[in-house]
Ligand binder design. Structure first.
Ligand code: AMP
Length: 543
């Protein structure tokens, strides 16, 4: 027997309507390329999102069509999120830091019909143009006064585009399982893979994100997402912040600038900030040098990479700021765990509390966790046994866009293989101990070790090569190239590092090279990365 409750679809547009009605006068502050201190309200932004939805109609974009963005965090990008997804199209956010070949692959694979871009990425897109013939037009996210000369076809300035439209628009109602957004991840080997979110997963994820033991977001908060809108929808902030009516402060291109971030936090009275460890390192360093304290801040939500203990300590002891570590993935919308205090936490000593804070956290309701051994048998939650971490839940991908199961990332019983290795303690605190996926995460961005290995193997002086991630004080991890020289070859580090130039993005190039006589192998002849990681565990890279 079914219950007798209404079956209202969970749509992103319902967040827009709710936010406008209940939190319409809440502010959105942005640093943009054309205005270093732009202010508007949620009501303004949502009215403009409706104008944009009308514009998309006029451009002939159909429901389900992909509309890409290459842009920093600001109010226009937020409006694009709502205008595109709310009207039934798919908002495809692109990471501008990717190497040109990856950008071309992603744009073509997604079949993007339009690209919304910040002014600063126009030259990049002009260069890519011959390779992305499917893109019909470009919207430059600026006003007429700052619109650049461009060879991009059908290029229109964002402000002109929406000014020509009415703000009268009824958000359409459709199936909540309709695709809403697309984000590619290079987090596994091979080509980037598209994670296709839907309205239902997005709204459920937002409900989970605002809960007290996740981000605890409310109408009294002021949030600074330093995590980019092109990284898993800035961890869902565009949805969760509007759902509760939190003020949002968007840093625009000022993401990596500790001083600029501090100034924004101070002037806007930010009390929650979100980002990967690397950005907080810059902020903490600035505070130390300038003698500033983060008095305005209550808590910071840090994830995307392991959080160093010293960072938790510094936030807490120097600034009286609670650091909440989170773990998740692009494939998980992204939230899986959050490290918030459990019952009895106050009885632990300060040092024990900080130790606990280094773990990735407890599963949030909606994300099931399990760890398994090599045979797929579940391992105990004793804080000691470690195994492959698998997850399941309504905001976790069931497949990748257009891959139809070929990525083989799901178990037969429907769990997603995260590629992380973890322990889970009896209280449910999960800690990441290693990775089975062959990638390096530097400053929150992926580097493919396999691609680096393939590239360097083309050098005649190399017999065999492996790339592993080693700890780095600023970037969390950086690639180390380990090489067995070809017989008789005398190749040195500089030559090998120079060999990567122009073949991979500059920031992918390994920081150092170590020469060895041989590499450890498995029985099937694969390089034993785990053993190499162990061998080079204490490797010290120069900063
Ligand atoms: P992404 O899809 O770019 O968000 O990357 C997800 C991956 O980042 C995870 O599978 C982990 O390998 C890593 N990661 C995310 N959060 C953490 C964390 N708190 N500790 C360690 N690794 C993390």
């Amino acid at each position: 027997m079914h219950g007798l409750m209404m079956d209202r679809p969970l749509l992103i547009s319902t967040i827009a309507e709710h936010a406008e009605r209940f939190h319409g006068n809440r502010e959105i502050v942005s640093v943009t390329m054309d205005d270093p201190a732009h202010r508007c309200t949620i009501a303004d932004a949502m009215a403009r999102a409706r104008r944009l939805a009308n514009a998309l109609e006029r451009l002939g974009l159909e429901h389900g069509d992909r509309v890409a963005t290459i842009a920093w965090n600001d109010y226009r990008h937020l409006e694009t999120y709502y205008g595109v997804s709310g009207s039934g199209r798919v908002c495809h956010t692109i990471n501008p830091r990717l190497f040109p070949e990856q950008l071309v692959f992603i744009i073509n694979h997604a079949e993007d019909r339009y690209i919304f871009t910040d002014v600063m990425f126009v030259p990049l897109l002009e260069k890519l143009l011959p390779q992305i013939p499917g893109v019909e037009g470009f919207v430059v996210m600026t006003n007429a006064a700052n619109m650049p000369e461009t060879t991009l076809p059908n290029a229109v300035c964002y402000e002109d585009l929406i000014a020509a439209e009415s703000s009268e628009y009824d958000w359409p109602e459709f199936d909540e399982r309709t695709a809403s957004a697309l984000c590619y991840t290079s987090g596994t080997t091979g080509d980037p893979k598209g994670v296709l979110y839907d309205h239902r997963s997005t709204v459920l994820h937002a409900y989970a994100a605002v809960a007290p033991d996740t981000m605890s977001l409310s109408a009294r908060d002021c949030v600074l997402p330093v995590v980019p809108l092109f990284h898993v929808n800035a961890w869902g902030i565009p949805y969760s912040a509007l759902m509760v009516g939190a003020k949002i402060v968007f840093p625009g291109p000022k993401m990596g600038d500790g001083e600029a971030l501090y100034a924004l936090m101070e002037s806007e009275d930010v009390n929650i900030a979100l980002g990967v460890p690397t950005v907080w390192l810059g902020l903490l360093q600035y505070c130390e040098q300038a003698g500033k304290r983060l008095d305005m801040l209550d808590r910071t939500i840090v994830g995307g990479a392991a959080v160093p203990r010293v960072m938790i300590e510094q936030f807490r002891k120097v600034h009286d700021v609670q650091l909440i570590q989170g773990w998740g993935m692009t494939e998980m919308s992204p939230l899986g765990t959050a490290n918030t205090p459990s019952h009895g936490w106050e009885e632990l000593s300060e040092e024990e509390q900080i130790d606990l804070g280094t773990k990735a956290g407890r599963g949030i309701f909606g994300c099931e966790l399990r760890i398994v051994d090599d045979e797929g048998a579940e391992l105990p939650w004793d804080g000691v046994a470690y195994g492959a971490l698998q997850v399941r839940g309504p905001w976790i991908c069931s497949d990748y866009f257009k891959l139809e199961g070929s990525a083989e990332t799901h178990t037969d019983d429907g769990w997603f293989e995260t590629g992380d290795v973890a322990t889970i303690d009896p209280q449910g605190y999960m800690a990441i101990t290693d990775r089975t996926k062959d990638v390096i995460k530097s400053g929150g961005e992926w580097i493919s070790s396999i691609e680096l290995e393939n590239t360097v193997m083309a050098h005649p002086g190399v017999a065999e090569a492996a790339v592993i991630g080693v700890a780095h004080p600023k970037w969390t991890e950086r690639p180390l190239l380990i090489v067995v020289r070809a017989e008789g070859a005398a190749v040195e580090s500089d030559e090998l590092l120079g060999f990567f130039k122009g073949k991979v993005a500059d920031w992918w190039i390994p920081n150092a090279v170590e020469f060895v006589d041989e590499l450890p192998h498995t029985a099937t002849g694969k390089v034993k990365k785990i053993e190499l990681r162990r061998q080079f565990a204490d490797y010290a890279l120069a900063e």
